[in-house]
Design a protein around this ligand. Structure first.
Ligand SMILES: [Zn+2]
Ligand SMILES: [Zn+2]
Length: 336
């Protein structure tokens, strides 16, 4: 895909770095998801301007006015944002201080979904805690705040461990880069408090284990930068009765009488999705799959089926009368 990132920010290609920064800040504020809840268009626009800013700053926007957009998943995007902010602030990624003066940390939460949600979709409530900037001290941690002299405000110091020099968290300021003499009572000088959030998120029919959803700005807050994002990773629960899911299809083992397999039969079989009527053809063999059309998962793109993996049942006890019939059968042509 060919993109003009300057155009995304409403600028022409001669725009200076300052103009780019200004335009980005204005647009990001305008379209931020927090200000435009449930506005898909604003969310798209927010993504677009963020991507444009990132691309221009990272030098990926080439002279010919375009840039080959790479395909990246949400996790990759998250990390590239951090890389970008690292460049932006010129600070080392090892520093705790860096964490507090840039984008807030992302949160990753695993959520399990039920069979009903896999089939019908639905809305789920998610309760979680995130770090928010302390209100009483505005994220300063207290009063009488000064830069840590031991680490010069960086939060890390170099240590010689005999072999080579390593960076470790500054013990004078606990890696924060600042010394607070009069600590805030609410956050005890940590600059942040934990706040419980409850959000609704949509499950589409066909959602599967490993799918990830992202909620912009619902990660930890940052004192000076934008908040991190929340990633919701889906985990399907284990299904009862040996039910397995393969894409949009279901698969389940079932044991049926031997003679039903030989003669064919109409069976009603209980499953975790309800009772299904199954037409077992004559001559069904052990291990055969018999399908019930349209009883899998139905999404916007596909319609699944339900497959029974058939095994036949041989009685462990038989009466004299049954024995007599079977012995007679044993002599007949097709059973020899
Ligand atoms: Zn320090
Ligand atoms: Zn505070």
């Amino acid at each position: 895909m060919y993109k003009d990132y300057y155009k995304s920010l409403g600028l022409d290609r001669n725009a200076s770095k300052d103009e780019v920064k200004k335009a980005y800040r204005k647009l990001a504020k305008q379209y931020h998801p927090d200000k435009n809840p449930d506005n898909k268009q604003a969310e798209e626009k927010f993504k677009e301007v963020s991507e444009a800013y990132e691309a221009i700053n990272s030098g990926k926007s080439s002279n010919n006015g375009g840039y080959q957009q790479s395909s990246h998943d949400d996790f990759a995007r998250g990390s590239s944002f951090n890389d970008f902010f690292r460049n932006f602030t010129g600070q080392s990624s090892n520093s705790q201080h860096y964490q507090q003066t840039t984008k807030g940390g992302d949160l990753r939460i695993r959520v399990s979904i039920t069979l009903d949600e896999v089939i019908n979709g639905g809305t789920k409530k998610l309760k979680f805690k995130r770090k928010i900037v302390c209100n009483p001290c505005s994220g300063k941690g207290g009063t009488d705040v000064s830069t840590c002299l031991k680490c010069n405000g960086v939060g890390v110091v170099n240590k010689n461990n005999g072999l080579f020099i390593v960076s470790v968290n500054c013990d004078n300021c606990n890696g924060t880069g600042t010394i607070i003499r009069n600590k805030c009572n609410t956050c005890s000088g940590t600059k942040f408090n934990y706040q419980e959030e409850i959000i609704d998120f949509k499950i589409r029919p066909g959602t599967k284990t490993g799918d990830t959803m992202m909620s912009y700005g619902y990660g930890n807050e940052s004192v000076n930068g934008s908040p991190g994002d929340l990633y919701i990773k889906i985990q399907e629960e284990t299904y009862p009765m040996g039910l397995q899911r393969k894409g949009v299809d279901f698969m389940m083992p079932v044991v049926v009488p031997l003679l039903s397999c030989i003669l064919g039969d109409d069976l009603t079989i209980e499953t975790p999705i309800g009772v299904l009527n199954v037409n077992l053809p004559a001559g069904t063999k052990d291990g055969n799959y018999i399908s019930v059309k349209g009883k899998g998962i139905i999404t916007d793109f596909a319609k699944g089926d339900f497959f029974f993996n058939v095994n036949y049942r041989i009685p462990s006890n038989i009466t004299e009368e049954e024995k007599e019939i079977l012995n007679k059968l044993k002599q007949s042509k097709n059973f020899k």
